[in-house]
Design a binder for this molecule. Structure first.
Ligand SMILES: *Cc1c(COP(=O)(O)O)cnc(C)c1O
Length: 376
């Protein structure tokens, strides 16, 4: 059996080496490191893949979130609702823009933002909701868009973890995660489902005016050379990263299918165990692209199990160990512990297993056997 990795970027590269090397070599041969044709090509290909009018590439997923919010007419003190159980980037950019983050609890089954909690958190100052499509599965966008329409709120999808996932509406129709709200952000951090070999990100929207606004913001607020109409930033996807993404985007669906296959194998082996809750898929099987495969370990020693796996050479991790409402940077007297029962429980129960495109059957079997051996 090959050594088990949490994420196997090397194994994946070995299988696409020629295409990636050729794609990077083109950038080196033409010296078009910034805004080269590779960036425009990637933008077009991703627009087509997602079926969205505008993709605006930028430097990373955190910038993408920040810039998406800068493009909307939000003012200091406006309240922005987001999930308590996620990576800090989301709440960080809200705070940086002097907006007021309002963290709310998540659902136990999907780990995604709770619709009931959103409804309870809305005040006259609420201006936006940022659902995070956690671990590869979109939040309940039917309900979120309905709340947003009723209260005139923007919806900014943080799609860093769910690129390629299909969202199934209540009426059965489907769209890609990230093209449902007013604007969305994604990350091409190497370990994401579509990762480059450095930092990268993008913003998506179907709104022409917003796309125009954002194209200026990513480029120092310039709409005409040396005319700075708004305060912007410098946030670019460089041509070498775009070249890597051009080589990998055609593989994204196959990569997500490989993740789903590994997830199915895990879930089949771990089904119906009294101490294990396997991931819940809301919608069809193409609606979860398993950025992470995350179990809940209930009424058992989760940390002991984690140590047991690490001792056997099986990497695993806790995403996320501390709720955002308890982080020093985001403490707020408005938050009460009883507002976050689910997040407070999940941080004690979750365990993410190795998940990547190169997982092999014998590795999955060794991992699940090792889990069952510990939990009996
Ligand atoms: C990775 C991630 C980000 C940030 O992306 P970077 O490219 O690392 O800046 C934001 N939100 C979520 C949910 C993420 O997983």
């Amino acid at each position: 059996m090959k050594k088990i990795q949490m994420v196997d970027l090397k194994g994946q590269y070995e299988n696409i080496k020629e295409t990636v090397n050729h794609s990077i070599q083109e950038v080196l041969d033409t010296n078009t490191y910034i805004n080269g044709p590779q960036v425009h090509q990637f933008q077009k290909s991703l627009e087509e893949y997602l079926d969205v009018k505008h993709v605006i590439p930028c430097a990373n997923g955190t910038d993408a979130l920040q810039i998406a919010m800068m493009g909307l007419d939000l003012k200091p003190g406006d309240e922005v609702i987001t999930a308590d159980f996620t990576f800090a980037a989301t709440v960080e950019v809200i705070a940086l823009l002097q907006l007021t983050p309002v963290l709310v609890d998540v659902d136990m089954d999907t780990f995604n933002i709770s619709i009931e909690a959103i409804k309870k958190a809305i005040t006259p100052k609420t201006k936006a909701i940022v659902p995070v499509h956690l671990f590869g599965q979109a939040a309940n966008m039917d309900a979120i868009m309905e709340i947003a329409a009723a209260h005139n709120l923007y919806v900014i999808e943080d799609n860093a973890q769910a690129i390629g996932a299909n969202y199934k509406y209540g009426d059965g129709s489907k769209k890609k995660a990230g093209v449902i709200g007013h604007v969305a952000s994604t990350s091409f951090f190497p370990s994401k489902n579509l990762g480059c070999y450095g930092d990268g990100g993008a913003i998506f929207t179907n709104d022409d005016a917003l796309a125009h606004q954002i194209r200026g913001i990513v480029n120092h607020g310039m709409y005409e050379r040396y005319h700075h109409d708004v305060v912007g930033v410098n946030s670019r996807l460089d041509s070498i990263q775009a070249a890597v993404l051009n080589a990998k985007l055609p593989k994204l669906d196959a990569y997500n299918v490989a993740r789903q296959a590994a997830a199915n194998a895990y879930s089949a082996a771990l089904a119906n165990h009294k101490n294990i809750v396997t991931p819940f898929i809301f919608g069809d099987k193409d609606s979860h692209v398993f950025h992470q495969y995350t179990l809940r370990i209930i009424d058992a020693d989760r940390n002991g199990l984690m140590q047991h796996l690490l001792d056997k050479g099986i990497p695993c991790a806790i995403y996320y160990p501390i709720p955002l409402h308890s982080q020093k940077a985001y403490l707020d007297t408005r938050y009460k512990e009883e507002d976050f029962p689910v997040t407070n429980q999940l941080i004690k129960e979750v365990l993410s297993l190795p998940m990547h495109t190169e997982l092999e059957e014998d590795q999955v079997k060794f991992i699940t056997d090792s889990i069952l051996e510990y939990l009996k």
